[in-house]
Design a protein around this ligand. Structure first.
Ligand SMILES: [Zn+2]
Length: 377
């Protein structure tokens, strides 16, 4: 399996699939989705392209069962982030156990493991289907997974993002938000006419720091604390004028149990406290994007099936943990589908040097086959 795996990851890494919503002129998923569909057909599997948004296709690869069994979905994204600062980002290179290249770790190795598992599952004569969703746009707006969830029915799902061979049963969510403070523009020599919007943002920033400190009091056993930080601030026009506007973009990372609406209330209360201290503060808040957190009960059947299959391959049961990053798992779980994340180890997601462990990826492929045999029999 190792040589097939190296060949497949290398082909996937060699295809530029930078997300065009993140980087103007990015290649998108057309070529890589076409490659995966052709690979699947050659492997005797069914493959369908989903492309509601032009240039942003996802692929559904299906190892069809004999009928009457449960369906397992393996989901991985095929887009990558930018390649800035990398030398030969799309020239895969193997060095010992490591395969280097943009997307190797996040997460073309996980996609390759899922595809090889599907090819093997087709030979096992399982009753249920094994479906691989190779999805577009996870790094931006998750167009792909949302389209997939409208197209497939499944009984369980594994997102093969890199988890260092841990079964991840939770990840954080996030809320992007904007606070706009309005002042009044005036000539710098006429303080009686001006209202300094940037200075008035000061107490809002201080309150944000206090909120972050308060969030530290609540700990999730697998994910640690929630947090809030200022991301981008903008205001003012020139040195000799009072600034009429100051706009702060911020990010709140949420724990399971904290919904987007809760964060809106939290920020509204924060601004109320600032207004109570400054009757002239003109500030408003709006939510830009909500991505909910994810958590599955550790007692769920899927968790024990993955644990057992992993113990078979690894010789010991893997750790159960959480990952700090957000993933498509949240969308799948929100559709009522039991979901975990499970994938290989490596390093350099979104960094200038990225690699994945080949032995881990091979173990993941074998474990996925074991899970399919357990769930789809
Ligand atoms: Zn990823």
């Amino acid at each position: 399996m190792r040589s097939d795996l190296i060949a497949l990851i290398s082909r996937l890494v060699a295809i530029d699939s930078v997300n065009p919503s993140l980087v103007a002129g990015g290649a998108g998923e057309t070529e890589i989705a076409g490659f995966i569909a052709a690979w699947a057909h050659e492997a005797g599997l069914e493959a369908d392209l989903l492309e509601e948004t032009a240039g942003r296709p996802s692929v559904l690869v299906r190892a069809r069962g004999t009928g009457g069994g449960r369906t397992l979905l393996l989901c991985g994204h095929i887009d990558t982030v930018n390649v800035e600062g990398m030398t030969d980002p799309h020239a895969p290179r193997v060095d010992g156990d490591r395969l280097y290249g943009r997307g190797a770790y996040d997460m073309k190795a996980g996609v390759a493991a899922a595809l090889l598992a599907a090819r093997e599952a087709a030979r096992l004569g399982l009753a249920g289907d094994l479906v691989v969703a190779a999805v577009a746009d996870e790094e931006h707006a998750s167009l792909g997974v949302q389209e997939v969830l409208r197209a497939v029915h499944t009984d369980a799902a594994i997102v093969t993002e890199p988890t260092e061979l841990e079964i991840a049963v939770a990840h954080k969510g996030f809320v992007w938000s904007e606070v706009r403070v309005t002042g009044r523009a005036a000539h710098g020599s006429r303080p009686h006419l001006g209202v300094d919007a940037i200075v008035k943002m000061g107490p809002v920033l201080t309150a944000l720091g206090a909120l972050d400190e308060a969030l530290g009091a609540r700990q999730h056993p697998l994910l640690g604390r929630g947090s809030v930080h200022a991301s981008v601030i903008d205001g003012g026009v020139e040195l000799s004028s009072y600034p009429a506007h100051c706009v702060l973009a911020l990010e709140r990372r949420t724990l399971p149990g904290e919904r987007g609406a809760d964060v809106e209330r939290e920020l509204a209360a924060l601004l109320d406290r600032c207004r109570a201290a400054d009757a002239e503060l003109d500030a408003e808040q709006r939510t830009l994007l909500v991505r909910e957190p994810f958590e599955i009960d550790q007692g769920a059947e899927l968790v024990s099936v993955v644990r057992a299959a992993a113990a078979d391959v690894l010789g010991q049961a893997p750790r159960i943990g959480g990952v700090s990053y957000w993933a498509d798992a949240a969308f799948i779980a929100a559709a009522g589908i039991p979901t975990v994340l499970f994938g290989p180890g490596g390093a350099g997601a979104h960094a200038t040097e990225e690699w994945v462990s080949l032995s881990d990826t091979e173990a993941v492929a074998r474990i996925l086959i074991g899970v399919a045999a357990g769930l789809c029999a």
